[in-house]
Design a protein around this ligand. Structure first.
Ligand SMILES: Cc1cc2nc3c(=O)[nH]c(=O)nc-3n(C[C@H](O)[C@H](O)[C@H](O)COP(=O)(O)O)c2cc1C
Length: 352
């Protein structure tokens, strides 16, 4: 078995084990997917599975400039163009639902939207805004129980929209310090109402979102992204990480896959082992893989699929290049998040 072996993922037959990791590219002017995005994903359709950039399930989740949503008719129509082009090119594509929570600035949000989080704990650091450049992130409003309920509902409706737009499934982004991970982490979750206070209580919101999304669109179309030991987006280390992910993986039994971002923490292998023990679905691993390490990780059984992020930016034909042994091009970080086609659609495939 290697990166080019096929794999049955729920209802999908993947022609290889190479997944394109979700990557925000900030090309969605007004939050609406467009033709540039259609062409970008279609160029990469050879991947076993494409996972989109983070997509906001609601206006409150649009914390970054120019990220797309899945809550309006225009957005559903825009995404339909993307999924159609990917399917026409022979690919498969999941939508990543990302609610940014406290990682946001009001200047990036529509007028009626609010920066909400489990608790009123501001993230250090600055957020880029198109209007005023870098700005400190505000202290978020702690969600009321009614807002917990309505936010959960937003995920369910967005998942329904994703299916209506032609996606093969959704990935819930519970990693990298965004809203769902804010519930999992004791620094950002100081709640005392059944959604915080113990590892299982911190797991509860993620578990309820996953369960209700699965009820809406089918459990074989729902994956969840996790990042144990993550400190990105101003999360401090804490000592209940293994216990937390044991709880999360147990609560998520029955979803299609878990997509775990590796971490350099020396205890990471314990969290991964807890996840593998508790969860019997597909495991996707990610984070700095090259083809050799990806192959050995698949071979030793510690992952079923491997996702690659940055290599896909500069190599639309990443899968072809690996097959043919063509060297990889290097992406230019200065155009990761800039609007327009430069650094987005102009990376050429290798000549035949
Ligand atoms: C430009 C860029 C944007 C990213 N946006 C997202 C995102 O929207 N959602 C997400 O879960 N991860 C996001 N990530 C993280 C990647 O999915 C991946 O975890 C990371 O790049 C490590 O994998 P790699 O070493 O193969 O690049 C992003 C990474 C990059 C480089």
């Amino acid at each position: 078995m290697n990166l080019f072996s096929n794999y049955r993922l729920g209802e999908l037959e993947l022609p290889n084990r190479i997944v394109m990791a979700p990557m925000t590219r900030s090309r969605a002017i007004g939050g609406i997917p467009n033709d540039l995005m259609r062409d970008y994903y279609a160029q990469r359709a050879e991947a076993g599975l494409l996972i989109t950039e983070g997509i906001a399930p609601s206006p409150n989740g649009l914390g970054y400039a120019r990220i797309p949503g899945l809550f309006s008719k225009e957005q559903v129509a825009g995404w339909r163009g993307v999924t159609q082009a990917v399917h026409d090119a022979g690919g498969r594509i999941f939508a990543q639902l990302m609610h940014t929570g406290r990682i946001a600035h009001p200047a990036n949000l529509p007028p009626d939207a609010r920066v909400l989080a489990p608790s009123a704990v501001a993230a250090g650091g600055q957020m880029y805004t198109d209007d005023a450049g870098l700005q400190p992130m505000p202290r978020p409003t702690a969600m009321t129980e009614a807002q917990v309920e309505s936010t959960r509902r937003e995920f369910v409706i967005a998942a329904r929209h994703a299916i209506d737009a032609g996606f093969d499934g959704v990935e819930l982004h519970a990693a990298n310090g965004y809203l769902l991970e804010q519930f999992l982490h004791p620094h950002t979750n100081r709640r005392t109402d059944g959604y915080g206070g113990s590892t299982d209580a911190r797991t509860r919101f993620v578990a309820e979102v996953a369960q209700q999304v699965a009820e809406e669109i089918g459990s074989t179309r729902v994956g969840v992204r996790l990042s144990p030991f993550n400190t990105f987006n101003d999360l401090p280390e804490h000592d209940a990480v293994v216990e937390q992910y044991d709880s999360v993986a147990r609560a998520l039994r029955g979803v299609l896959y878990l997509h775990v971002i590796d971490n350099a923490n020396e205890q990471y292998h314990r969290a991964l082992a807890a996840i593998r023990d508790q969860f019997d679905g597909t495991l996707i691993r990610n984070g700095g893989y090259d083809p050799e390490r990806a192959t050995s990780t698949l071979a030793n059984g510690s992952a079923d699929l491997i996702s690659f992020g940055r290599p896909f930016i500069a190599n639309p034909d990443f899968v072809q290049r690996l097959t043919r042994g063509v060297p990889l091009a290097t992406p230019d970080p200065s155009t990761f998040y800039t609007p327009g086609p430069a650094g987005y659609l102009d990376y050429a495939p290798a000549p035949l």
